[in-house]
Design a protein around this ligand. Sequence first.
Ligand code: DQA
Length: 149
Amino acid sequence: MSRLVYVLNGPNLNLLGKRQPHIYGHETLADVERDCQALAAELGLELRFHQSNREYEIIDWIHEARDTAGGIVINPAAFTHTSVAVLDALNTFDAPVIEIHISNVHKREEFRHHSFVSTRADGVIAGFGTQGYLLALRRVARLIDEKVD
Ligand code: DQA
């Protein structure tokens, strides 16, 4: 099983740290990527970390991951609640998928309670702040290790 993991981030997450910090915190996406890369090195994972405001780019990265990756960690951001296309793309990917949200979407507006992506995800993390990315990576590493054993 490949130890390459894609970490994909949806719209507006490029503004992490500046955007509604009372909800999403003060860390930037660059901080999150740095911490993810450090943990990945510890876990023996190789990471491709991406963010886009364009739905088709997220879909293209999922397609790319199909041929190469052992797992996907995805914060689809607002596409979580709207995108059948992102769900369809994830349904073409055979290895573990972990969905992560920085905020606890279930404590927020009702339209955030439904996730198309959750119907495919092997696990969902919400409300752990940016630490959720690190927990998701640990879980993917575990699932990859279990497949190897
Ligand atoms: C989010 C939650 C979504 O509802 C929202 O649209 C986001 C970020 C989170 O990480 O908490 O953009 O996915």
